[in-house]
Design a protein around this ligand. Structure first.
Ligand SMILES: Nc1ncnc2c1ncn2[C@@H]1O[C@H](COP(=O)(O)OP(=O)(O)OP(=O)(O)O)[C@@H](O)[C@H]1O
Ligand SMILES: [Mg+2]
Length: 555
């Protein structure tokens, strides 16, 4: 749980915020909604929900900044739903009362599912609008009357220009992944949409990263906003439930390093319990890697902008329902996606900027579960080492020696100044760019067993007790309980305190990844030293060639 919570008032000074500690104390939340929380097994509001719900319900504009996987979706959906339910809002020709905009089709679909899951009990109807799927179906749902539209800006603009959709009744407007929505790619489309939304409205921005570059533009759109910051998000850091590391690999050994890693993680088998998301920087690399892994027997698929929507949906659903164990993706999957059971994120290519790094690794370690993020760096990626080290240090990660060496080889790795890895166009881009080639030496494989057990155990679905604590449920469990439950014991699911206690004693160091992490401590005993030291055991590749990477400057 992030200790540091700051709520700034419209004058940008810290204020004494109102906060909801339990669901039950929120009088505005009807019985049906309370029942829905119980059904979901949520023990209480997450921190971002605790602090932003009072503001949202009070009709204030809000910028909500909190770690990946911390429950921001319900933080922005529920105040609008409750207000519409309590005022008897009826959708008609003027359109919905809530408009949510998100950067990718998959995130739009996911948010619509969450909106219907928690909104239906209040009579709220939500519809998703995104490209690549038939307009006809989306329109027919809209015409049936909807309280909420969740949309990608491109498709929504198409509908607005065609006069098919109206936004005259919007009283709450949400930009999810707000920094991404305000960056160059989406800004013009957002501005067009804003012209169609009533000026008298509440505007809510949510994100895990809030770079300075977008703040001025945000202030033009928001009206006297409150800013809720869970943890110090003025600096870039990952969710603290994610254990991050870096492997230095030779450029030509990356594929082998990848299969070695997946073997270690037990993810080359279709009966594995774990799941991994692997990021590559280009659509082509994504496709190539996925095919080569598939040929090696790995149950995997890929998702990127050159696939049609049916293929994209099929790939993502495959990972969700466990048909495949590994999904290779471009940055189209970097933001917002909440896929249960993903215990491992691999940056096969390093992210283009530190924000993207934070979002990518944030696909694991969600809602209090624990996760691992492993980034491959070649000699040619040395300029990115500094940025990664900085992000890692902020959550007290162990910095592998080979990463320190790599950073030094880039002249101390002076801080990159262009964090924005923007691509060009607007909608739903992969934001990928071609990577330069460099020559690297050979690297060996890390050897450790039991990895799959660890990953398999981290399932949110099988929730128990203590693991939720890091989403901000002070009532439940300690950190160690979460770790132990999540990783130490596959059957322990989300981590009961008892399970934590049992695993805490820990297996001997080196006794396997899953068991090692089950030790419940980052630093001591059977904790990270047991699991992770082995991961970092790979000999440093003897890189030699010059990097032709265009985005070396981006960290
Ligand atoms: N109060 C809660 N208690 C437990 N789990 C919750 C709670 N609220 C939401 N969740 C669950 O937590 C998971 C992560 O939530 P969500 O996707 O909203 O995270 P996020 O903060 O938007 O992350 P990202 O920055 O990656 O978009 C979801 O599965 C959601 O259902
Ligand atoms: Mg989100």
């Amino acid at each position: 749980m992030d200790d540091e919570v700051t709520v700034y008032g419209p004058d940008e000074r810290p204020t004494n915020p109102q906060k909801f500690a339990t669901f039950e104390e929120i009088r505005e939340f009807p019985r049906e909604l309370q029942a829905e929380f119980r059904k979901a097994g949520f023990p209480g509001p997450s921190q971002i929900q605790s602090y932003t719900w009072p503001l949202g319900l009070g009709g204030k504009d809000v910028i909500g900044i909190a770690a990946t996987g911390s429950g921001k979706t319900l933080a922005f959906l529920l105040p609008a739903f409750v207000e519409m339910a309590n005022t008897g809002f009826r959708p008609g020709n003027s359109g919905p009362g809530l408009l949510v905009m998100s950067p990718t089709r998959e995130l739009v679909q996911q948010t619509e599912i969450e909106a219907n899951r928690f909104g239906r009990c209040l009579g709220m109807r939500s519809v998703a609008m995104y490209g690549g799927a038939p307009k006809r179906d989306q329109m027919s749902q809209y015409r049936m009357g909807c309280h909420c539209i969740v949309a990608c800006p491109g498709r929504l603009n198409d509908f607005l220009e065609g006069g098919q959709v109206h936004l005259d009744a919007v009283m709450k407007l949400v930009l999810d992944e707000a920094d991404r929505m305000l960056d160059m790619g989406f800004e013009p489309q957002i501005r067009k949409i804003l012209q169609r939304v009533p000026r008298r409205r509440h505007t809510l921005f949510f994100t895990a990263t809030w770079p300075r570059e977008v703040r001025k533009l945000a202030s033009e759109i928001l009206h006297n906003p409150y800013k809720v910051m869970i943890g110090n998000r003025d600096v870039l850091k990952g969710n603290q439930d994610i254990i991050q590391t870096v492997r230095v690999v030779g450029e030509y050994d990356k594929n082998r390093a990848m299969t070695d890693l997946l073997h270690e993680a037990g993810l080359m088998r279709s009966d594995s319990h774990g799941k991994a998301l692997v990021f590559a920087n280009t659509k082509r690399m994504c496709e190539q890697l996925s095919q080569s892994l598939y040929r090696s027997g790995c149950p995997c698929s890929s998702i990127h902008g050159d696939k049609d929507q049916i293929q994209r949906d099929e790939a993502l659903n495959g990972l969700k329902n466990g048909r495949i164990k590994v999904l290779v993706a471009t940055d189209v999957a970097a933001r917002g996606l909440d896929i249960k059971g993903v215990g491992l994120v691999v940056n096969f290519d390093p992210a283009n900027n530190t924000e993207d790094y934070v979002h990518r690794i944030g696909r694991t370690g969600r809602a209090g579960a624990k996760g691992y993020a492993i980034t491959f760096l070649t000699r040619g990626d040395a300029s990115k080492a500094r940025g990664i080290i900085e992000v890692m240090e902020r959550t007290k990660q162990e910095i592998p020696r080979e990463l320190q060496d790599l950073c030094r080889s880039a002249g101390g790795g002076a801080r990159g100044n262009d964090r924005w890895g923007r691509g060009k166009g607007g909608r739903d881009r992969d934001r990928s760019r071609s990577r330069g080639k460099d020559r690297g030496g050979k690297s060996g494989a890390g050897a450790f067993g039991g990895y799959d057990r660890g990953f398999g155990g981290g399932s949110f679905d099988r929730g128990g007790g203590g693991g939720y604590n890091n989403i901000g449920h002070p009532a439940l469990g300690g950190r160690s309980a979460g770790y132990a439950g999540g990783f130490g014991d596959p059957s322990g699911g989300f981590g009961s305190p008892a399970c934590g206690g049992a695993a805490y004693g820990g297996p001997p160091p080196g006794g396997g990844y899953g068991c090692g992490m089950g030790g419940g401590s980052f630093r001591g005993g059977g904790g990270i030293s047991g699991g992770f030291s082995d991961v970092n055991h790979i000999p440093l590749g003897k890189g030699g060639g010059r990097s032709r990477s265009r985005d070396g400057r981006r960290y």
